[in-house]
Write a new protein. Sequence first.
Length: 575
Amino acid sequence: MAIILKNLSIVIYMLHSFVSAQIFTTLKHTHLIRNYTNLIMEDSKSQCDVLKKSLSEWSFSTPKLLLLPIDKVESNYIRRNVIGAVFSKVSPTPLKHKISLVSYSKDALINILDMDPSITESEDFTEFVSGNLVLSSSVPLAHRYGGHQFGTWAMQLGDGRAHLLGEYINNKGEHWELQLKGSGMTPYSRDGDGRAVLRSSIREFLCSEAMHYLGVPTSRAAALVVSNDPVLRDQFYNGFPELEKAAVVLRLAPTWFRFGSLELLARQGEVTTLKILTDFIIQEHFPSINPLDEDRYLQMFDEVSHKTLQLVAQWQGVGFTHGVLNTDNMSLLSVTIDYGPFGYLDAYHERYIPNNSDKEGRYCYGRQPEIVIWNLEKLARALSVLLNQERTGQLMEMVKNLQKHANDKLSVVFRKKLGLTTDQPGDLQLTQQLLNLMQETSTDFTMGFCQLGEVQLEHILEPEHTKEKWALETLKKAKTFQTFIEAYKKRIALEPELTESKRQALMKANNPRYVLRQWMAQSAIKKAENYDFSEVNLLLKVLQTPFSYQEEAEEMSYSSPPPCWARHIKVSCSS
Ligand code: AMP
Ligand code: MG
């Protein structure tokens, strides 16, 4: 039965590729796609009831992405403008030197890819992650997209060093796209070499997993490999490039489409392709939207904007700064993607800039909600190409409301961080009052919130109750700390059910103790450069339960004041 279904699905798929573009939104097409989806689901259910121990037992699902317009040119050369296509077919470039597996996420392997972790022991697995082994079920693709970079339209960008290997529908019926980053040149490499270095790959690998466990929507990282293949990088942009090691991350997302995926087609006037792609994304990734509804693009924008504003509120809540919030780095599924020169706050400052290349601070911590709204407006402009004047007007009205939604979502996130449960006027102002004190005193954001939830409020002004709490001690130096505590107590009194122990429990559940601070990543990277991956793996483990006190983490000082040298760490776009 499974074989018949599989063959049938391939026939339908081929039929589809043939009929493809023009009829994409017709009833017939939608119906066929639905049937096709069901067939694949059946297919995957019968095949994948157990975890796979070998890659020979594992395969990609039938590639639906190939239904989208594909670049007719198949030879891989750079600096060309691709027209009328969403993807170019291109294979990864094999690494030449010995490949070592740095780390893998057991959780991602088991719960996303249905792989038994023992699969990582085989040479096939490292070859697969490095791009050296392309499975027969894979059709590697590079995606063509554009984007606004630092506020300016940058035209065609695309996957310059990433290969989308294929789609996988797992045991739970979830759809995941597997992508390699650092796997060689593509038609979109422009002046780049298609590679990624170990330091930035470790940062992306650890941070994507860490964000997941912090409860922040994100792409995932399944595995990371390194090889001695030389990659030349001017890390500090000081004119002294150095040779570094090449690394590849196998990363996963429900889809890798970005705001820039639609922007490029809209800006280039490729309206048919824009409509095909937008309809495909709605059909595949927005199950709550009827793909035939005339208002579907407005509904899509509404969902993307709400989820993206929720995402940025969550970033603010964990003190995360993305670093490069260009529209090509904004996921249409509102998950954090493309980790580059990101950073988590140590001492709170609203102008915290993790990216050394961002001289103006466009992408500093405090501006993220504003920038995300700016980016959403660019997405709205792209979608408006598909709309009549009236609907375009409605879309722009939606854009006008984004600031209010952003504030509401921020308010909820920070209310939880303060251990509060109901919505009261003035909550955002109370949060701002606290953040001002943190900024005035350079209080550590993560531990400041943690420790505020570890001491009884009625004793918080007494030195003996806070002397062990280094971040809280700093915060208490603020001139108006007592005024804040009084306002906080008054606010708590508005919730009669909210006992002191409940407040503390809520704060513990909503304030992580461990985040991937620059110095922690840096220390693990230094060891990994010498093939000692122990600290990368320790961090992966610690960051899987970031809200719980862990002896191992305390021994490593992960909740202590950052070391002095942390102030001098520089992270740039060079990766
Ligand atoms: P990012 O800042 O990593 O999001 O990358 C911005 C754009 O530059 C994307 O189109 C990337 O694919 C491309 N890019 C970045 N680094 C490289 C590289 N080493 N080789 C080729 N393309 C790159
Ligand atoms: Mg990017």
